[in-house]
Design a protein. Structure first.
Length: 329
């Protein structure tokens, strides 16, 4: 079935409204913190991925309706990878303070063998508290899973947006809003126990094929590869050295992370920029050289080896040896 834009636009806007609105009924994960249920946002960005792949440049302008959601759910900077799940509401009858008259009265009734507050109802309260705790942990696990899947879907959707952007959708304002959130994900590793789930729901052979990774695959995961590809395509779409400079700088700063994974992924972004921008990357070379000099002396072999490959690629592009510039001061 084919729809005209006049019919498709209101339909898509209703989907965005549905995904963005709070619901009086908990979403499929059983969580509702007053914000849009996360499962709805997962569905929205799943639809955005599908529609972008099918409609390509025709759908790109519709990203203006979901840009705020993308920035929000990618989160800000820092190492807190996922927002905390909603906490269960406080009990309506909290335990009294040991110094309160109520506590003393309850204690007296219990030790006298009375059937008041210290009797059977206490056992019910314990059972109820245990059930709530179990339910809370289950909800937390589901929330964590959906948060991981959502973030990867957002990254994949943005990658497609940049890939098919023939209408100059990525202007400076959108670039500056998205850049810190995307770069921060180079330093955010999804929980290991969710790696299979993430790979099964977010692997994309077409997008990943555009990322020519180095040999050290043990440091690459589905989220890491997705972020590398997205940042590289973002640079191509931006097509401006004024925007390449902050991207290159923020990625280079990530190479000073204590995490080997973060260093390798950040180097991978630099390698992608060199490969795709070619001679146009040379304007960024003066800032890049000191960082590469540090990475060539890294104690981790995977980092050192990838840095050597990036230097070799830069020498091919520039047409000169860079050894004389590679001394760490």
């Amino acid at each position: 079935m084919k729809l005209s834009e006049a019919k498709f636009r209101p339909m898509f806007l209703r989907l965005v409204e549905w995904a963005s609105s709070a619901s009086s009924i908990d979403d499929m994960s059983g969580l509702n913190s007053g914000a849009a249920p996360i499962a709805r946002i997962v569905t929205l960005f799943g639809a955005a991925n599908f529609l972008t792949e099918r409609l390509r440049s025709v759908f790109v302008p519709y990203y203006r309706y979901i840009m705020d959601l993308a920035v929000t759910h990618l989160g800000g900077s820092g190492r807190a990878p996922y927002p905390p799940p909603p906490q269960p509401p406080p009990t309506t009858n909290p335990s009294p303070s040991p110094s309160s008259p109520r506590y003393i009265m309850d204690l007296a009734v219990t030790h006298l063998g009375g059937s008041g507050k210290g009797g059977q109802p206490k056992k019910k309260a314990k059972k109820s508290a245990s059930a709530i705790a179990d339910m809370g942990q289950e909800q937390k696990d589901i929330y964590e899973e959906e948060s991981v899947v959502l973030r990867c879907r957002v990254v994949r959707a943005l990658h497609r947006c940049f890939l098919y952007d023939s209408v100059t959708f990525l202007d400076q304002d959108r670039f500056e809003r998205l850049l810190p959130a995307l770069v921060s994900h180079l330093d955010i590793e999804p929980p290991a126990h969710l790696s299979k789930l993430l790979a099964s729901q977010n692997s994309d052979k077409d997008l990943d094929a555009s990322v020519k990774l180095g040999k050290h695959y043990e440091h690459y995961d589905t989220m890491g590869v997705a972020v590398v590809g997205c940042l590289a395509q973002m640079a191509v779409d931006a097509n401006s050295d004024a925007l390449w400079k902050p991207l290159n700088h923020q990625v280079l700063m990530m190479t000073r992370s204590a995490s080997v994974r973060t260093k390798v992924l950040s180097l991978e972004v630099v390698a992608q920029l060199v490969d795709r921008l070619r001679e146009e990357y040379l304007v960024l070379l003066p800032e890049t050289i000191p960082f590469l000099a540090e990475l060539l002396e890294d104690s981790e072999l995977a980092v050192e080896a990838r840095a050597q490959q990036v230097v070799k690629a830069l020498e091919e592009v520039s047409g000169e040896k860079l050894d004389q510039y590679m001394s760490v001061k």
